[in-house]
Design a binder for this molecule. Structure first.
Ligand SMILES: Cc1cc2nc3c(=O)[nH]c(=O)nc-3n(C[C@H](O)[C@H](O)[C@H](O)COP(=O)(O)OP(=O)(O)OC[C@H]3O[C@@H](n4cnc5c(N)ncnc54)[C@H](O)[C@@H]3O)c2cc1C
Length: 464
């Protein structure tokens, strides 16, 4: 235990006693994220200003108390779980959009703002914030920046790091700094915002975020292609990319995913199909019509047996419904859902999907595969029961093989969900000893006492 009665009193003095709680029920509520792992913090602290965050960090530093920031807790890699106890820093009180500058196309937001709130507020001014994780109705922008969240629009628009212009941060010694600027500058290291984007709460606490906005696209077209063979669907994805077309979205769903969604929603999906590919293009009206025609031709050439095009917003919502419901639907198959997010180069998608299917067969596991296939991001999800120790051993072995296959195909352990502690045992395999040591040196430089989110990403003792 690191929280003594004296530390508790200091925390109460820093943020107000009503925002500090070590009640058992509170600790339980904050003991998990969207994975199946649970670790209770020792105290939950809810600051409201950067100065309060700085005061809490200074207390943690002075007493060597672990400190884990948390947004909405939708993380899929264990990031906001207080693995080593200590302080859980609840960041949801930071929910103001500080500035939305339509002329200069940027927004300044606090980290607790829900992603969809910024998307909706920007749209009211004719602007567009592209990163759209499937959790965007729940996730916070602080969590998005900390995880460098991606989403369905990643093929064309990239991920969160492509939009972060500046960050206000509280460093591990409690100092408040701002990195980056709305104007391009040449003072010091150019891309400090990028260093902190994706750092998973291990380098600093984010207290303010400035993001780039784009003009809202004039038109969007959506289509759903259905396939009798999963391999044809996978081939379509790489054919579209290699044809030089840049759609906004290419999402893939395999047969087990389609069946899970149909079982959940009963909306008449054709569960005899081995795969669906959801496609979206945006831009000027003439351009989207032309692109959609080209894409439909590629789908047909690669074996699509049915293609539906949305002509109204209601039809577009209907085509998206299955994709948006996957998470809830999969949760009904088995009690424990383990969502992985490997990414491979788009040309390797057919081989990776094949590997996923073979691994599922080999380890006799319920495994669905879906994802933002256009940027190579696949989510093999294993539906299991964490109470079944024998099956969990097979799950562990299957996950190891998924990662080895992704790396062998030139891919990565994590396309967008981060490392947290669930993928930490595999980081060395991807980075190699020299790469690992270089990244760990940055962590040690910025957080020498290791108080920020300990136990995440860097766990290799023998290299230290
Ligand atoms: C149904 C579902 C669908 C999802 N779809 C996607 C998807 O399409 N794309 C995608 O990328 N992810 C997806 N995710 C994962 C998750 O939503 C993202 O990682 C999201 O960015 C997490 O945001 P959050 O606010 O929930 O953060 P949390 O889960 O609370 O925290 C995530 C990490 O950020 C750190 N953190 C949070 N706030 C701060 C802060 N202010 N300062 C420093 N560190 C901080 C935490 O310590 C933790 O390491 C999905 C999750 C679910 C449950």
């Amino acid at each position: 235990m690191t929280i003594t009665a004296a530390v508790l009193e200091e925390l109460k003095a820093a943020v107000g006693s009503q925002y500090v709680s070590n009640a058992e029920e509170k600790l339980m509520v904050y003991s998990f994220d969207s994975t199946f792992q649970e670790h209770k913090p020792e105290v939950v602290v809810k600051p409201h200003t950067a100065k309060e965050v700085a005061a809490v960090v200074k207390i943690a530093a002075a007493h060597h108390v672990p400190l884990t920031a948390r947004g909405a807790g939708t993380c899929l890699s264990g990031g906001p779980v207080a693995l080593q106890g200590g302080i859980l820093l609840e960041m949801t009180a930071f929910r103001r959009i500080v500035e939305l500058n339509a002329d200069e196309q940027y927004a300044v937001v606090e980290p607790g703002v829900i992603t969809n709130t910024l998307i909706a507020e920007a749209a009211k001014q004719g602007l567009f914030y592209p990163p759209d994780p499937s959790s965007s109705g729940m996730s916070t922008l602080g969590g998005n920046v900390a995880e460098c969240a991606g989403g369905g629009r990643g093929v064309k628009y990239g991920v969160t790091r492509d939009y972060v212009l500046a960050l206000e941060l509280v460093l591990a010694d409690g100092e408040i700094v701002t990195v980056g600027n709305v104007v391009d500058g040449l003072t010091g290291w150019l891309d400090l915002p990028m260093l902190f984007t994706g750092s998973e709460g291990t380098l600093a606490i984010i207290t303010k975020i400035t993001v780039r906005l784009l003009p809202k696209p004039q038109a969007i077209k959506t289509a759903l292609a259905q396939y009798d063979h999963l391999g044809d669907a996978a081939q379509t994805v790489s054919a579209i990319i290699s044809a030089g077309i840049v759609p906004t979205t290419i999402e893939i769903m395999d047969q087990m995913t389609i069946a899970a969604v149909e079982n959940f929603l009963q909306i008449g999906l054709d569960t005899t199909k081995e795969a669906f590919v959801l496609l979206e293009v945006d831009g000027e009206l003439w351009e989207v019509e032309q692109q959609l025609e080209q894409i439909i031709a590629i789908c047909r050439d690669n074996g699509a047996v049915k293609i539906e095009v949305a002509h109204t917003e209601a039809e577009r919502t209907a085509l998206w419904k299955a994709r948006k419901s996957i998470s809830g639907a999969c949760g009904k198959i088995n009690p424990t859902k383990i969502g992985e997010d490997i990414a491979v180069p788009p040309a390797a998608i057919p081989a990776m999907i094949q590997a996923v299917k073979e691994i599922a067969r080999k380890y006799q596991l319920n495994m669905v595969v879906f994802g933002h296939a256009g940027d190579g991001n696949l989510h093999p999800n294993i539906m299991t029961d964490k109470r079944n120790a024998e099956e969990m051993e097979r799950v562990e072995a299957a996950i190891g093989e998924l990662f080895s296959n992704a790396l062998a195909l030139g891919g990565t352990l994590s396309g967008e969900h981060g490392i947290g502690f669930m993928k930490a045992p595999y980081v060395l395999q991807e980075l190699g000893p020299a790469g690992y040591k270089a990244q760990k040196a940055v962590k040690d430089g910025l957080d020498p006492a290791g108080i920020l989110n300990p136990g995440k990403i860097f766990i290799e003792q023998e290299l230290e």
